[in-house]
Design a protein around this ligand. Sequence first.
Ligand code: NAD
Length: 443
Amino acid sequence: MKITIFGSGYVGLVTGACFAEVGNEVMCVDIDENKINRLLNGEIPIYEPGLDTIVSENLREGRLKFTTSITDGVDFGLYQFIAVGTPPDEDGSADLSHVLSVAESIGRNMEDYRIVINKSTVPVGTADLVRETIRTVLEERGRAIDFDVVSNPEFLKEGDAVDDFMKPDRIIVGVDNPRTKELLRNLYAPFNRSHERFIAMDIRSAELTKYAANAMLATKISFMNEIANIAERAGADVEAVRRGIGSDSRIGFSFIYPGVGYGGSCFPKDVRALERTSRKLGYNSRILQAVEAVNDDQKLSLVSKIRDHFDGDLKGRVIAMWGLAFKPNTDDMREAPSRKVMEELWKAGAIVRAYDPVAMDEARRIYGDRPDLVLVEHPDEALKGADALTIMTEWMVFRSPDFELIRNSLKEPVIFDGRNIYNPDMVEQVGISYYSIGRRPRL
Ligand code: NAD
């Protein structure tokens, strides 16, 4: 099958590569010339395990093409995927300008039937806007060409994106006629073999499903962070509570880890966008507002602990930071808690010595050269001359460190663990003060 994907970011590139991997012909279109040139040279602009192999193989086999030509893209695929960004606009609603600009390009250039599939995360009703945009442009051109619009939200996780796409938990498709349902079912058949994962529904429900899923996961995290804050004040250990409630199969263990808050390109913006949608619809969503507010505060909770430990004076203090990405196995730092923590530390006059296994270039890109950020090439190097160590991302490589080396390297042996990855007794035995989330401080 011939497939065009607009947008070669995390979602578009993975989608394109995975469709090519199962034998389709795929053309990926992006307006970012630099990104397309890098991809044409076999360079992957993002860190995503396993993606480089399938991109380079399919590029070599000629099943995967990259271009900046919108017209070539519209001409190429019967299936036209929209996988461009939907960043928050000034009031937190999803900015649909990229999505609608692709819709307009499709309307302007299509010569025969196309099925337009929206994979970007978009508010309820966007498929109608996409349809209206294409119809208006076709009318301007004086052409009556048939087309369909489908909602097909994406659920892949950065860090596991290729696996998630190849073996999805579910394939959600929002359609308004049986023809598109069958076209989509055929397209996804290679990823739907072992058992039925294809869930077809009306378009608005599919659009809302994506937001509901992300909002539910973010709610679990904020809920657990709230329990952690209560546990801390009550002299309880949230990790014991986590194990206690997770063992209830109705609750489960996933997404109930307390920490410094959620980040990334999806949860913060999607919770916000759903709350704004709900407000526009005349409904006051108190849960979504609380989820966001708890998360904003949670990002600051570690900074308060650092400030209190140093009697309110962080001027000139050097803070080592392990982890910059918003979660392990990605270089993505969009809305990462590390950013909020670093920015607060800088405001208080501290210097950050940071290490991350893959997000260093991203940190350089975001912050450039500044005297209060020192990026180092090894976790141990971050400790040199530092007053304290903070853990911001639970990368595997940080989980079993040489605690004696940490104690001997730090000016004052203290760890602020934003991910609860250490056993407090073990850290304490080595003679390191230990602050974590929702557990009593070990001094
Ligand atoms: P991204 O920012 O990594 O990539 C978007 C790409 O679209 C960029 O390369 C940009 O240059 C390109 N683009 C913008 N306008 C274009 C146009 N008119 N034509 C062609 N290309 C254009 O974004 P992403 O993380 O891949 O997210 C894309 C969408 O998928 C968003 O709506 C997001 O919420 C959703 N989503 C993301 C994830 C994730 O984990 N990143 C998961 C599920 C859903």
